[in-house]
Design a protein around this ligand. Structure first.
Ligand SMILES: CC(C)(COP(=O)(O)OP(=O)(O)OC[C@H]1O[C@@H](n2cnc3c(N)ncnc32)[C@H](O)[C@@H]1OP(=O)(O)O)[C@@H](O)C(=O)NCCC(=O)NCCS
Length: 169
């Protein structure tokens, strides 16, 4: 399968990312956190306005286009002072999973990180998101600690922090 990674910059690309987020989050997170929290998080973190704000504040988004179709996306939040970056998003459409696209997307994110001098990549993942945790473990992340975060609206995120050192590879 031929895939390419498109840096999200234009309003049209932001809109495509937001549409993918809605599709993937509703399908994947509704059984884990419920539709109300999904809608709250989509509105606050993945609307076109929210993504634009994140881009202005240093986040980097890429769309994953596979066989000519928007199939997933990633986002990084680099912290140059700490030589670290948060992998804040990595999502693949349900019907494209388990074919290696997540791994290729992570490899691409790691290449971007190395180019930026990042040594430590970290992320947070919902403690009940077992498929994603299995993926991260397989790809070399280890669980560091539990993180419970109040995100407003009466909702909390109940996550693990996972880390991967990029120094070795
Ligand atoms: C996590 C995610 C990005 C992985 O993408 P993917 O394209 O399915 O991953 P890959 O096919 O590249 O899998 C790489 C390896 O990870 C492991 N893995 C992936 N999904 C797994 C699952 N559901 N259960 C167990 N292991 C899994 C496997 O070892 C796999 O290799 P294999 O298929 O050759 O055995 C994708 O499942 C996804 O988008 N999930 C929903 C959204 C999500 O939870 N994102 C993470 C937010 S924190």
């Amino acid at each position: 399968m031929v895939e390419n990674f498109e840096k999200v910059q234009s309003q049209a690309q932001i809109k495509r990312t937001s549409l993918l987020a809605r599709k993937i989050w509703q399908e994947h997170y509704t059984p884990i956190i419920g539709i109300e929290q999904v809608e709250y998080m989509l509105k606050n973190f993945q609307s076109p306005e929210a993504i634009s704000d994140q881009l202005q504040n240093g986040a980097v988004y890429y769309l994953v286009v596979s066989a000519g179709e928007d199939s997933g996306y990633l986002a990084l939040e680099p912290d140059p002072e700490m030589a670290s970056a948060k992998l804040s998003k990595i999502y693949v459409l349900k019907d494209k999973r388990r074919c290696g696209l997540g791994r290729k997307t992570l490899e691409f994110a790691e290449m971007l990180c190395r180019d930026m001098g990042v040594k430590d990549l970290w992320l947070t993942v919902n403690r009940h998101n077992h498929a994603a945790i299995a993926f991260y473990r397989q790809e070399g992340f280890t669980a560091a600690e539990t993180v419970v975060q109040d995100i407003g609206g009466g909702f909390v995120m109940d996550d693990y922090k996972m880390v991967k050192s990029l120094s070795r590879g």
